[in-house]
Design a protein around this ligand. Structure first.
Ligand SMILES: [Zn+2]
Length: 92
């Protein structure tokens, strides 16, 4: 899957065995974003890490679980001014 944050690179997918369930981690080598698919169904992703210090809104959205479509929609509005204009997005 192409990175849900930068949209530039395919994310590396790894299955991580946990105590109660196996989750899928998706890591982007380009921007350092880490998304976790807890259900393993490729539908909802939690942003657990990001390395881009300029993207304050991504920092605010850490640990939010959104669908892939929502993340993509969000990434398209990634500039801070556009982001502020999008009042419809839920605040953390
Ligand atoms: Zn990326």
């Amino acid at each position: 899957m192409i990175c849900l944050q930068c949209g530039k690179q395919a994310m590396q997918e790894t299955d991580v065995k946990g105590l109660f369930h196996t989750r899928r981690e998706l890591v982007c080598g380009r921007c350092g974003s880490v998304f976790v698919d807890h259900e393993g169904r490729g539908e909802h992703f939690e942003l657990t890490d990001t390395r881009n210090p300029t993207a304050e809104h991504w920092q605010s959205y850490r640990h939010q679980t959104l669908s892939a479509a929502e993340w993509r929609h969000f990434a398209e509005a990634a500039s801070p001014t556009q982001f502020r204009a999008r009042a419809t997005w839920p605040r953390p």
